[in-house]
Write a protein that binds this ligand. Structure first.
Ligand SMILES: Nc1nc2c(ncn2[C@@H]2O[C@H](COP(=O)(O)OP(=O)(O)O)[C@@H](O)[C@H]2O)c(=O)[nH]1
Ligand SMILES: [Mg+2]
Length: 417
């Protein structure tokens, strides 16, 4: 017995080929689909037939076929038909499934498909992110589910404190509803809300009639106290509000310091008083009592120079008016130093934080951690050297966006100044 194989685009064509070549007495051994039909190519079916005759039977295929009795033909056809119908059935079943799928997957179904694809993409992203550098051990005992990998990485890279990162992850792992975990968008949204709720901010309010506001700017040297003071002076005197603004400076020792402020005051036509001792300070406050807002600049001090910081405390002590103490911090300072600065300035009773040089860094987790630990509201973000333009009224949304979307993304989403 010899086996012969024939292929064609349909089972019946393959069989016809086989019968033409081997005669109708050839026994069909198997029929199968060897290539699926696609948009670009026909399907391919294979029929294997067996011949009892000698090997040269096939070569004699041209000779006239022996006439089959009608009963034999019927038997042969039905046998083959059974085999073919098996395959046809199989292929038509899959075709039907395909047809019904495409028929019912009209517009609304496409959305479903799109959604599934999005989820698949998300999962791929997650898998990519799962190949992170640090081990589970370094992440502590907390097991981060794969769907949080991306957000974990972004938050960790932001220089946020390790403890805060763990707390945030733990909270999210425990509380995020399962339906939000399917997409990176909803996971991010959840994080955004969570981080926003963790830090306070103080929205700038207009000065009420009869209200007197006094703001003092303290902090390390070169963080931008004087520049920020000038920006706020411009905001309240002409840019956003129409208040009477006066300036006092306690930074009289440094060469050029008074001159810098004097230039700003002159440009904005604002009164400026320079003060060296406490008696002068009281006099200056009195003489500017007609102003709605008094801004006080101070000498910058290293966080470790307790003596200089105490001098500022001396001015604040026994003050008859409430002075809002604003600690000015640069966003480009690392968390450990920010914590030292806050700790050493905190005996001045810090009311508010101002964050400068947001434009000079790509990491904002350090600032987030400091605000979260201190729970002091942020009032302004300084975003450049330009006076008065480069100042943003603080909102926690902006800082959280800086962490999750980067500085540029946050700025694009918050163009108002
Ligand atoms: N890039 C950038 N530079 C700033 C910002 N704020 C202040 N500066 C610059 O930092 C330097 C020190 O600012 P200054 O106000 O004199 O700091 P101070 O010593 O704290 O009073 C100056 O060159 C400012 O122009 C800011 O938000 N971004
Ligand atoms: Mg200064």
């Amino acid at each position: 017995m010899k086996l012969y194989t024939f292929t064609a685009s349909s089972p019946s064509l393959a069989l016809q080929k086989a019968q033409k070549a081997c005669g109708e007495e050839a026994l069909v051994i198997s029929t199968k689909q060897i290539q699926k039909k696609s948009l670009l190519s026909e399907g391919l079916y294979e029929v294997v037939v067996a011949l009892h005759d000698k090997p040269n039977k096939l070569t004699k295929k041209i000779k006239p076929k022996p006439k089959l009795k009608s009963e034999d033909v019927l038997v042969n056809i039905s046998k083959t038909a059974k085999q073919i119908s098996k395959i046809e059935n199989l292929s038509s079943q899959s075709l039907d499934v395909l047809k019904t799928k495409t028929k019912t997957k009209e517009p609304s179904q496409f959305k479903e498909i799109q959604k599934n694809l999005d989820q698949l993409n998300d999962k791929i992203k997650t898998l990519q992110n799962i190949i992170w550098n640090d081990t589970q051990h370094q992440r502590g005992e907390l097991i981060i589910p794969p769907e949080f990998a991306q957000i974990y990485k972004i938050t960790k890279d932001s220089a946020i404190s390790q403890t805060h990162l763990r707390d945030i992850m733990k909270l999210s792992v425990e509380n995020m509803p399962s339906y939000m975990r399917n997409s990176s968008k909803t996971i991010k949204r959840y994080f955004q809300v969570l981080l926003k709720k963790m830090i306070p901010s103080r929205v700038e309010s207009p000065i009420e009639v009869g209200e007197k506001r006094v703001m003092m700017f303290v902090g390390p040297t070169g963080v931008g106290k004087t520049t920020t003071l000038a920006k706020i002076a411009a905001r309240f005197s002409f840019l956003k509000h129409k208040n009477k603004v006066g300036i006092i400076t306690l930074d009289t020792y440094r060469i050029g310091a008074v001159e810098q402020l004097f230039q700003y005051a002159k440009m904005m036509k604002l009164p400026l008083q320079d003060v060296t001792d406490k008696a002068d300070f009281s006099k200056a406050l009195n003489s500017l009592s007609y102003c709605d807002l008094i801004l006080i600049d101070t000498v910058g001090s290293s966080q470790f120079d307790k003596e200089k910081i105490s001098k500022i405390a001396h001015f604040l002590k026994d003050s008859k008016i409430k002075i809002d103490v604003n600690l000015v911090l640069s966003a480009s300072t690392k968390l450990e130093d920010l914590q030292d600065i806050y700790k050493n300035f905190s005996f001045l009773n810090i009311d508010t934080l101002i964050i400068t040089k947001m434009d000079e860094t790509k990491k904002f987790g350090n600032i987030f951690s400091l605000i979260y630990d201190s729970q002091k509201p942020v009032s302004y973000f300084s975003i450049g050297q330009e006076v008065p333009d480069d100042l943003l009224v603080a909102n926690s949304d902006f800082l959280v966006k800086c962490i999750l979307d980067g500085y540029k993304g946050a700025l694009d989403a918050n163009p108002s100044r």
